[in-house]
Design a protein around this ligand. Structure first.
Ligand code: DX5
Ligand code: ZN
Length: 232
């Protein structure tokens, strides 16, 4: 599976979001990760579908919406209408994960489920077949710029093995603390879709700087792919 980097605009300049998206897309990112926080499931608040709708989506760009909200079933259609191409919901936010996943798919977009660091993989046991992606959080959701929780390397390995055993070939996305120091080991453990907020936007503000950051991350990620194949 090839590597996808999904820059999180949580660390971008909110005053010029459409321009930021355009710059990071031109810099080589085909996915844009959108962190939707409601101040209830997570302490922080970001934006909703109305703001999302105002962001210009470059042609060919994937809008990857990560919903950190309670009652996500109330908002799916609005986020699809606003431009989301894949919607990730947290298993911890619903009593009816199967129904919620079907609701997302019925809207014609891809469905993914996220687990916070403490949530065990077995909540996915009966829903693997329905998912297009699985997101493992490697920080407690709420803010950008936190440190990767090292226990998650093992969780990625365990999920990789599980998917392999079940013959499911869907990407594992990892979100939180992905940077030049951690990405190689994250990819070696089996993840292929990496959310990167501060490691891409950080102090940078131009297409050139974003491109340099993305390329440096990609280079380390490719080494991780080599490590992974060596193990197998
Ligand atoms: C955290 C968000 C992440 C965050 C990642 O709750 O889901 O997407 O923006 O930021 P970094 O890459 O800086 O850890
Ligand atoms: Zn996220």
């Amino acid at each position: 599976m090839s590597i996808t980097l999904a820059p999180s605009i949580l660390s971008a300049n909110f005053g010029e979001m459409s321009e930021e998206i355009q710059r990071v897309f031109e810099a080589g990112a085909s996915w844009i990760h959108l962190d939707i926080m409601d101040g209830v499931f997570v302490p922080n608040l970001t934006f909703g579908p109305v703001a999302l709708k105002s962001f210009r989506k470059p042609k060919g760009c994937v809008f990857d919406a990560h919903l950190m909200v309670v009652n996500p079933e109330r908002h799916i259609e609005a986020f699809v209408e606003a431009g989301a191409d894949i919607i990730t919901v947290h298993a911890e936010t619903t009593s009816h994960l199967h129904r919620l996943v079907q609701q997302i798919k019925a809207c014609g977009v891809k469905a993914s489920v996220a687990l916070t660091p403490a949530t065990p993989l077995n909540v996915l046991d009966w829903i693997y077949l329905d998912l297009d992606m699985i997101l493992l959080m490697s920080v407690n959701p709420g803010w950008g710029g936190q440190s990767f929780i090292s226990a998650i390397y093992q969780k990625i390995e365990a999920l990789t093995q599980l998917l392999h055993d079940r013959g499911r070939s869907i990407p594992i996305q990892v979100d939180g603390g992905v940077n030049r120091q951690t990405i190689r080991k994250i990819v070696a453990a089996g993840a292929s879709n990496l959310v990167t907020g501060s490691a891409v936007f950080g102090q940078a503000s131009s297409t050139m700087e974003y491109r340099a950051n993305l390329q440096a991350l990609l280079q380390e990620a490719e080494l991780g792919l080599v490590d992974r194949n060596r193990v197998i």
